[in-house]
Design a protein. Structure first.
Length: 255
């Protein structure tokens, strides 16, 4: 595993292994741009096709809390700090205050289905518009993008699995800090509890990019998420059909 790549499997208790290949559906114009400019476009996670997906994590947290699953009160406390903006990634704690460093998430969406009917329907709408499915070798892609930091992995659609992943992570964090469930609540002002909440916030900011509602499961989506550090690359904007400006970055491909 490359040092600049975090496999999402490492955050969900699986063996950390990159998927060998995935495909990227794109338009003829975008494909030509990739070839001529030797760049790949990553879109701000707040401006993906499903505009609600970045906040889907709060729906899962609400279900988790309503079921009173392990350490639910602590999770509810952490959720109050979790911004709905895409600038929450790594959080440090100093003097009991949370410091949100500025990171933004930009996504390259792929699929493990090389002949996806939903994707062909998406690219064929509007007077016979054509699309392409590009097969990409994952390891080779990162060899062309050595200086950037990424998260990668399959999108998780199963709600029960999402809840189990959260329960396992919370249990791991609080066990590590020797905090019993009865003490993991908003009345706990200990340094250990604050550090634990810090870890939960950081983890939630990662995992939320890979949780989606089950109705999208036929996409079999595989995501490459670029962790944009402030000032690292230029953020550009394009006009969408609804009149809003969509932020994106074009990352140069080496070799």
């Amino acid at each position: 595993m490359r040092e600049n790549v975090t496999n999402i499997d490492r955050l969900t208790y699986k063996k950390s292994r990159l998927t060998n290949y995935f495909c990227h559906y794109t338009s003829p114009e975008a494909l030509l741009s990739i070839i001529l400019n030797k760049t790949l476009r990553f879109t701000d996670c707040l401006f993906l096709n499903d505009k609600t997906e970045f906040n889907y994590i709060f729906e899962i947290i609400d279900i988790y809390v309503s079921k009173k699953l392990p350490f639910y009160d602590a999770l509810n406390c952490a959720a109050e700090f979790l911004s709905n903006k895409n600038k929450v990634n790594r959080i440090s704690v100093e003097n009991n205050k949370f410091d949100f460093n500025t990171y933004k998430f930009f996504v390259l969406s792929g699929s493990l289905d090389y002949d996806s009917l939903p994707m062909w329907i998406y690219y064929s709408k509007g007077n016979g518009y054509y699309g392409y499915s590009i097969k990409i070798k994952t390891e080779s892609l990162f060899a062309c993008l050595p200086k950037y930091e990424f998260m990668v992995g399959k999108v998780i659609y199963n709600k029960k699995k999402q809840l189990n992943i959260i329960a396992e992570k919370l249990t791991e964090i609080f066990n590590y800090h020797s905090i019993l469930e009865k003490d993991a609540n908003r009345n706990n002002n200990s340094e250990q509890f604050i550090v634990a909440i810090d870890k939960i916030l950081t983890w939630l900011s990662y995992i939320r990019i890979f949780f989606k509602a089950s109705e999208f499961s036929n996409e079999k989506e595989y995501r490459i998420v670029y962790l944009h550090k402030e000032g690292e690359t230029q953020i550009n904007f394009m006009m969408c059909g609804n009149g809003c400006l969509k932020p994106y970055v074009d990352l140069s491909l080496n070799n």
